[in-house]
Design a binder for this molecule. Structure first.
Ligand SMILES: *Cc1c(COP(=O)(O)O)cnc(C)c1O
Length: 358
C-alpha cells in the first residue's frame, strides 16, 4: 500500500512511463533484437577466456579505456584529432548527449518511426521531444524536418542511418541539408554500420556539428555493452564530463579489445548476414500478401495482412520477432524480422509461407 509518497515525489512523467519491456525468448528462435546469431569462434573465445582470467577485478578499470581506444582507432582508422568517447552501449551515449545538450526548455528532435530510445531519454532528461514523421515509404520528409528545425531549434537531431525499425538509409543530400540547417548538433547513429557501405565518419571533418555513434552490439557483442561516439574533440570533452568515471568495466574493456583486434572474424559473420538479408528480401517479396521494405541493416521490416495474428502464429511456431503494429500509424501491420543463421531464416520463411497461404 502506498502512503502517497510515491505519487508526491516520483516525477509525473516517470510515473507515466512503462519500463522498457524485453519479452522472454526462452525456447524460441530469437529474431526480435538484431543480435548476431552466432557465438564467437572457439579459438577467439579461448583467447578471451584466458585473458579475462588474468584481469585484476579487484582494481577499478582504466577510466579512459586507453588500450581499447587504440584498438578502435586502428580498426576504423580514426585520426587522433577526432574525439572519441565510450558508453555502456550506445544507449548510454544517447543519455550522456541528452544530459549535456538537452534538459528543460530544450528540444531533441528525431524522426518517427525511429529508434525509441531517443524519445525515452528525452523524457528522462526533461527535454522536449519532437518526432517528425517519415514519408509512407520511410524516406525523410526533408521539408518537414527543416520546418521543424526552424520552428523548434533543436539542441540535437538524432538520425539513425540505416534507420531502426525501418531498415532504410536516408538520402545523403537530405541528410546534408539537415546538418547545414541545424543550429545545434546532429547525431548520425550508425548502429548498423556493419551491414551497409554508407559511412559518415568523414562528415565530422566537414561539418562542425556532426557526431557519429557506433556500437559493437549488432556485430556479435551485444552482451558486452560497448558504444562509441565520435566528434569534434571540444564537444566530446564536454560530454566526457558527465560520464561516470568507470562506465566501461574491465571485463568489457579486455574482451572488446581482443575481439576488435580480430575483427575479421566478426566481419565474416556480418558478410554472411548481409547475403542472407538479400536472399530473405527476395524470398519475402515472393510471398503473397507480404510487403518487405528495402533494408541496409541486419533486419527486414515487412507489412503483412494481420500483424498481431502473424506474430502470434510465428510465436506458436517457436519464433520470436518484433510486432510493430500499433507503435506508429506508418507501421500498421508491420513486423520486424532480424536476420539470423541460415537454418533460422529457413524456419522463419517456411512459417511465413504457411501463414501467407492461410
Ligand atoms: C540497437 C541500436 C542502438 C543501441 O545499441 P547499444 O549499443 O546496444 O545500446 C542504438 N541505435 C540504434 C538505431 C539501434 O538500433
Amino acid at each position: 500500500m502506498s502512503d502517497g509518497r510515491l505519487e508526491r515525489w516520483v516525477r509525473p512523467e516517470i510515473r507515466a512511463l512503462s519500463a522498457y519491456h524485453v519479452p522472454d525468448a526462452s525456447g524460441l528462435i530469437k529474431l526480435d533484437a538484431m543480435e548476431n546469431p552466432w557465438p564467437l569462434p572457439g579459438d577467439l573465445r579461448q583467447t578471451i577466456a584466458a585473458r579475462l582470467a588474468e584481469v585484476p577485478v579487484n582494481r577499478y578499470p582504466d577510466p579512459q579505456a586507453t588500450a581499447l581506444g587504440q584498438a578502435i582507432r586502428a580498426l576504423w582508422q580514426i585520426p587522433d584529432d577526432v574525439g572519441m568517447l565510450f558508453g555502456n552501449g550506445s544507449d548510454e551515449l544517447i543519455q550522456l548527449i541528452a544530459m549535456v545538450l538537452g534538459g528543460p526548455g530544450r528540444t531533441l528532435l528525431s524522426v518517427e518511426p525511429g529508434f525509441v530510445m531517443y524519445r525515452m531519454i528525452a523524457t528522462f532528461t526533461q527535454s522536449r521531444y519532437v518526432g517528425v514523421d517519415l514519408r509512407p515509404d520511410f524516406s525523410l520528409d526533408t521539408e518537414a524536418v527543416l520546418a521543424a528545425i526552424r520552428l523548434h531549434e533543436p539542441a540535437v537531431c538524432f538520425l539513425a542511418c540505416p534507420n531502426n525499425p525501418t531498415g532504410n538509409l536516408f538520402d545523403a543530400d537530405a541528410l546534408r541539408a539537415i546538418v547545414e540547417a541545424s543550429p545545434g548538433y546532429v547525431v548520425i547513429d550508425e548502429a548498423y554500420t556493419a551491414f551497409t557501405d554508407a559511412d559518415h565518419l568523414d562528415w565530422i571533418n566537414r561539418h562542425e556539428n556532426v557526431l557519429v555513434m557506433r556500437t559493437l552490439s549488432k556485430v556479435g557483442l551485444a552482451g558486452l555493452r560497448l558504444g562509441m561516439l565520435f566528434g569534434r574533440p571540444e564537444l566530446i570533452e564536454e560530454i566526457n564530463k558527465v560520464r561516470l568515471p568507470y562506465n566501461i568495466n574491465v571485463l568489457t574493456q579486455t574482451a572488446a579489445r581482443l575481439a576488435v583486434e580480430q575483427f575479421a572474424v566478426l566481419e565474416t559473420q556480418t558478410r554472411q548476414l548481409r547475403a542472407s538479408r538479400d536472399t530473405m528480401l527476395d524470398a519475402l517479396a515472393a510471398l503473397p500478401g507480404v510487403e518487405p521494405f528495402p533494408s541496409q541493416a541486419n533486419f527486414v521490416l515487412v507489412r503483412v495482412p494481420d500483424a498481431p495474428a502473424w506474430f502470434a502464429g510465428l510465436k506458436a511456431g517457436g519464433i520470436l520477432v518484433k510486432n510493430l503494429h500499433g507503435a506508429h500509424p506508418l507501421l500498421a501491420h508491420c513486423l520486424r524480422l532480424t536476420v539470423g543463421a541460415p537454418e533460422e531464416n529457413d524456419t522463419l520463411l517456411s512459417a511465413l509461407e504457411a501463414l501467407a497461404r492461410g
